[in-house]
Design a protein around this ligand. Structure first.
Ligand code: ATP
Length: 555
């Protein structure tokens, strides 16, 4: 079956699932109102199916069909409650795990893994036995047994989403972990959590019914489908299966509906396609600005355990200067920038003889609010820079609202001004749009605008044009250069493309295998001007850009 056919089948399944579950819900709502009294009327015992009693009667003389329909409400309520316990507490636990420090997180994940490996129904039986038989304890027991599954999924999703650039951006902006979790992470987990919730509804239904069937769930005179199955057992053994049919068919229909909905939702889940990459190129000349060192890096070493990834590099950035770090993939450019932004991934450690930004000592943890004032980041992929679940306006104004305590209206006006400054068209409309409604170039302009909002001393641009269409690249580079001139803000540009850094930068640091091999003025970036064979090879592999970036700036 082709992928397209599979998708169509899943969508048809979703529609059937929704219809089935809707029917069960209608029965659950209406049947107790319409048939409660009739379902309690006693007729002949063990009557066979007939026009009067379509599925016959039970040992006490109750109409089996009416009791099955009436039992829908209690069964669905218990199932929904137990599912809600599993979802809410599981998501809470999984998010909490992500908020812990790495060691606590690791330990908690191992505990969750062990609980997932423990059979859920066995755990539920233990909990139900401890709490005593009853509908309430069945809900708690089955709900508790479901918690580890949601906790593990949430923790795994949180680990993945926390690597997204919009989360790093929020962290750099000083947004607290709880707010990051609630605003930026949970909305992006909704889809997989919904899929798991739908299939959990089905397993919870059978588990709740199983508990009532073995006598640990609903107690007489109340009844759910599991209890009706229990009562039908003697009839089944006596060769009268009809009594079983009502609850059994309804359990299957409700469970099938939930499973089909889960499958349909899973098929609709549409993982974001990786952005296509293109290469930029450029040419021109620039004057090297002078001034005090804004950034000082001395003997910076970044390690993963005992593996050294950045091996004692040193360089400086002056106030107002545009410095490029160039080198092939894996040479340590991004890690160097992340060390400067204090955003190194877990498991990596940095030490340096000196690592400073203006008066901030970056070798020790700096309060996020101060970091947010000092550094801004522009990432490679403008598609993943923004949270897809939030409107542009909400996220663009976040930095001002969190740090400057700026009111919503004033923050909006400032950001609209900033969007105008980076020449984004129709800024008011953009604020109302979601990230996917903007082109890559627009999103990158918006990112640059928001990174200017705190008037940072240093802007780190990590491959700012790599993911953009080739026609947009030169525009964005020109925009960065213009802002550098106008705002006097220093920029550290990370790129594997020597053409980009030559076009944009005053000075270039060339990295190779975690070391600085050469530092050279951008004006000297010619095959004859550089000293190292590695830099020459990079230059020889670089095409020229048609449009100059360092054109005069007229503002
Ligand atoms: N979290 C991590 N744990 C372990 N190793 C890592 C981690 N992040 C990066 N590395 C390794 O560190 C080295 C430098 O990575 P870095 O991302 O700084 O390279 P880069 O020069 O920016 O490359 P690219 O242009 O591909 O992003 C690479 O070998 C990479 O595999």
């Amino acid at each position: 079956m082709s992928r397209c056919e599979r998708n169509r089948t899943a969508q048809a399944g979703l529609a059937i699932g929704l219809i089935l579950l809707a029917l069960v819900l209608v029965v659950a709502v209406a049947a107790p109102v319409l048939f409660s009294a009739q379902a309690d009327v006693l007729g002949p015992r063990f009557a066979s199916p007939s026009g009067e009693h379509l599925l016959g009667t039970d040992a006490a003389g109750h109409d089996v069909l009416l009791r099955s329909l009436v039992a829908a409400r209690l069964t669905v309520l218990m199932t929904a409650a137990a599912t809600a316990v599993a979802v809410v507490l599981g998501v809470f636990a999984g998010t909490g795990v992500w908020l812990l420090r790495p060691r606590g997180r690791e330990l908690s994940l191992r505990v969750i893994d062990a609980m997932v490996a423990f059979p859920g129904l066995l755990l539920a039986l233990v909990v139900a036995a401890v709490l005593g038989a009853g509908a309430g304890s069945a809900v708690v027991a089955i709900g508790v047994a479901g918690i580890p599954y949601f906790a593990r999924l949430t923790a795994n999703l949180a680990a993945r989403i926390s690597q997204q650039e919009y989360v790093s951006t929020a962290r750099l902006l000083g947004v607290g972990p709880l707010r990051v979790a609630v605003r930026h992470m949970l909305p992006n987990m909704a889809e997989p959590l919904l899929v798991l919730a739908a299939s959990t509804f089905a397993t919870t239904l059978t588990a709740i019914s199983a508990l009532s069937f073995v006598g640990l769930g609903v107690q007489a005179p109340a009844y759910d489908w599991g209890k009706l199955l229990n009562e039908a057992l003697p009839s089944l053994l006596a060769g009268r299966p009809a009594q079983l049919a009502g609850p059994a068919v309804l359990i299957v229909l409700a469970g099938l509906g939930a499973v089909l909905i889960g499958d349909g939702l899973a098929a609709r889940a549409n993982p974001r396609a990786a952005a296509s990459r293109a290469r930029a190129s450029a040419s021109a000349a620039a004057a090297a600005p002078a001034g005090d060192f804004l950034v000082e890096v001395r003997d910076l070493r970044i390690s993963a355990g005992d593996r050294e990834l950045v091996k004692g590099i040193s360089f400086d950035v002056r106030d107002g200067e545009v410095v490029g770090i160039v080198g092939e993939s894996g040479s340590g450019k991004t890690l160097t920038a992340m060390a400067l932004a204090q955003l190194l991934p877990d498991g990596l450690s940095a030490k340096a003889a000196r690592l400073s930004l203006a008066d901030l000592d970056l070798a020790v943890p700096v309060a996020p609010a101060r970091m947010a004032e000092a550094v801004s980041l522009v990432y490679q992929d403008p598609g993943s820079t923004f949270n897809p679940a939030l409107r542009m306006g909400t996220q663009l104004t976040e930095v001002l609202r969190v740090h400057r305590r700026t009111g919503a209206r004033a923050a909006r006006e400032r950001i609209i001004d900033a969007l105008r400054a980076v020449r984004l068209t129709e800024p008011e409309r953009r604020m109302r749009q979601h990230p996917h409604e903007l082109s890559g170039g627009m999103r990158q302009r918006a990112m640059i605008a928001t990174s200017l909002a705190t008037q940072p001393r240093l802007l780190i641009a990590d491959e700012p044009t790599t993911a953009l269409d080739v026609t947009v690249q030169a525009e964005i580079l020109r925009e960065l250069r213009r802002l550098n001139r106008r705002e006097g803000m220093a920029i550290l540009v990370i790129s594997h493309d020597i053409g980009v850094v030559r076009a944009l930068c005053d000075r270039v640091v060339v990295m190779y295998h975690g070391e600085v091999v050469e530092e050279v003025a951008a004006a000297d970036l010619t095959v004859d001007g550089v000293g190292q064979p590695y830099t020459k090879a990079l230059l020889e592999a670089t095409p020229e850009l048609d449009h100059p970036v360092k054109e005069p700036v007229h503002d």
